[in-house]
Design a protein around this ligand. Structure first.
Ligand code: FES
Ligand code: MG
Length: 581
């Protein structure tokens, strides 16, 4: 590529101007490229673009990506690049246990090491299912090569008996109806086939929709890319355009650190909050920022949330689904409304398109003002997430107060403690526990180490006998996460977690607990002396892992407020590339 900086892949293949040069190693690499069936002129001197593909038979959110990679490659070829597809591990939210969160850092490491160890000049990062986009962006940030996300796109709306259905959100609702005896097995069998009916990630504002939108708001995906339904032909065109753009990014040497700045993370946080997005975003964005040395804390989210209104009327906070959101104008339309809030966005910062962020939304139009609201007519006047502190959460805790019951946002009640999710599942319907609508359900042992992997247990079930009486919500607190599609007065991410001796470990059933969201407070109403006595008697639980990846994870993972990254991966900078000669 004349006039462009030297390509990293030249170190493997030799200089295209001297096709016999580069010594024995380069000759050997070129001969293997011939074995792969490529002519010298097809790849020599061209930017090599890795297409990272987390397709798998077990991942319905990525089931279309095998074909979609072909469209990415089409774009790479047309722009004068050379695409190479790399399968990467799949994080399938529904199927992988105990939770794909345990493996987010593994995919981040895989991403970084693939990009470092192969002859690659830039990357397209495909994916959408929950932890996938954070993992890919964390790895790409640490690898330091130009990269662009191709979000996998939401699935189509669910349909059941004339109603539209949203992933997760409606599943939980119908399940509670079933447990309360209000719907039968026949209808549940029908629901099984109608909730999720196309390729693509969850089409509520769950973690997938939240994090793909965050990637776009960071400037790491093309404008409008994140909401395109997975099966829409526009998704194919976006994939081809992304493939073409990343070739240009290589020539411009436009690396992630130039795009994912403090201003970009502030805009991503504001976007997530304006979407009424998943609480998981707080963990992932903190971890992603950490990879670039960008300071970002829970307090930033709380501060941004206080000035940013919720503008997307999408479940679980609102009523529409991602397909509706896309037809209403998608993220560009929402950003244009958000930009009306003074100081909410930074329009002049750089993005992967090579144009300033303001170009993502300057011309955008809203086609359905019920789904994408204006700042004057928001879904809610404040961002959906609050950060709590107090003697029960010295490192912080998170509550999605917009998806909670207003009456419970200020509440004091007696704790009913469960030491594990298994114990909770076994005993929750046992009337002898004496759970009432005043109780505060407490789950511990569900954090980054205790869970392990911090599973999405945070929407603790409500006893069937209370559901039958029409009680729909209780204050529930835990060191777990919660699915972005969940709702209820659920305090999450309590840090430090009980497994490492956080104050949550000291709670006993009957202790009064106070939640005061307006004052951002979570307090255990037990004297310091009594807590000191309990701490002296506390025995750390058995470690969850003795070998393998789990043991590595347990030794190095940080707490929720720090993003749950590994200590040896967090922090800016890239390691030198290997010497391919
Ligand atoms: Fe993949 Fe929800 S299961 S995004
Ligand atoms: Mg989820």
């Amino acid at each position: 590529m004349t006039g462009s900086p030297p390509l990293r892949s030249t170190a493997w293949f030799g200089d295209s101007a001297d096709p016999t040069g580069g010594g024995l190693r380069a000759f050997s690499h070129r001969s293997r490229m011939r074995q792969l069936g490529y002519l010298p002129e097809e790849h020599l001197g061209k930017p090599v673009i890795a297409v990272l593909n987390p397709w798998s038979d077990i991942n319905p959110c990525h089931m279309h990506l095998r074909e979609r990679a072909d469209q990415v490659k089409r774009g790479v070829w047309q722009a004068g690049g050379f695409p190479l597809e790399f399968p990467v591990s799949t994080l399938s939210e529904t199927f992988q246990k105990p939770t794909p969160m345990l493996y987010r850092n593994l995919l981040a490491m895989e991403t970084e090491e693939l990009l470092r160890s192969y002859p690659v000049d830039g990357a397209v990062l495909m994916g959408g299912c929950d932890k996938t986009v954070p993992a890919l962006l964390m790895g790409a940030a640490s690898a330091g090569l130009p990269a662009l996300v191709v979000p996998s796109g939401p699935m189509l709306r669910g349909h059941h008996r004339g109603r539209t259905l949203g992933s997760g959100t409606d599943l939980w609702g119908y399940w509670d109806e079933y447990r309360a005896g209000r719907i039968g097995e026949c209808e549940m069998a029908q629901l099984e086939g109608s909730l999720a009916r196309s390729p693509g990630h969850c089409m509520t504002m769950g973690t997938a929709s939240t994090m793909t939108a965050a990637a776009e708001a960071l400037g790491m995906a093309l404008p409008g890319a994140s909401s395109i339904p997975a099966v829409d032909s526009g998704h194919q065109r976006m994939a081809a355009a992304a493939g073409a753009r990343v070739v240009e990014m290589v020539c411009e040497q436009l690396t992630p650190d130039q795009i994912m700045t403090r201003e970009a993370f502030e805009d991503a946080a504001a976007t997530v909050l304006a979407l009424g997005g998943s609480t998981n975003a707080l963990i992932h964005l903190v971890a992603m920022a950490g990879r670039l040395g960008v300071p970002l804390s829970l307090d930033d989210f709380d501060a941004i949330g206080r000035r940013v209104p919720v503008l997307a009327d999408v479940r679980p906070v609102g009523s529409a689904l991602m397909e509706d959101f896309h037809y209403a104008g998608g993220l560009p339309a929402l950003l244009r409304q958000l930009a009306e809030v003074p100081g909410a966005l930074h329009p002049d910062r750089p993005t992967a398109t090579g144009k300033p962020f303001g170009s993502y939304y300057a011309e955008a139009e809203t086609h359905d003002p019920k789904v994408i609201r204006t700042a004057r007519d928001p879904v809610a006047g404040e961002g959906g997430v609050a950060v709590l502190r107090g003697n029960l959460a010295p490192g912080g805790a998170v509550v999605k107060h917009l998806a909670a019951s207003p009456a419970l946002l200020t509440h004091t009640g007696p704790a009913v403690v469960f030491d594990s999710y298994q114990e909770l599942r076994r005993d929750i319907d046992d009337p002898s526990l004496g759970i009432t609508e005043d109780s505060v359900l407490v789950l511990r042992g569900a954090g980054p180490l205790g869970g392990p992997g911090m599973p999405e247990y945070g929407m603790l079930p409500i006893p069937a006998y209370l559901l039958e009486r029409g009680v729909q919500d209780l204050v529930r607190i835990s060191d777990a996460r919660m699915s972005g599609t969940s709702y209820g007065t659920c305090v999450l991410h309590i840090a430090p977690e009980s497994q490492v001796g956080g104050p949550l470990a000291l709670v006993r059933s009957g202790d009064p607990i106070t939640l005061d969201v307006p004052r951002r407070l979570l307090r255990l109403d037990v004297s310091d002396e009594e807590l000191a006595r309990r701490r002296a008697a506390w025995q750390p639980p058995e470690p969850r892992f003795r070998r393998g990846y789990g043991a590595l994870y347990a030794e190095h993972v940080s707490q929720a407020d720090q993003g749950c990254d590994f200590d040896f991966l967090a922090g800016p900078g890239t390691d030198p590339m290997p010497d391919p000669s």
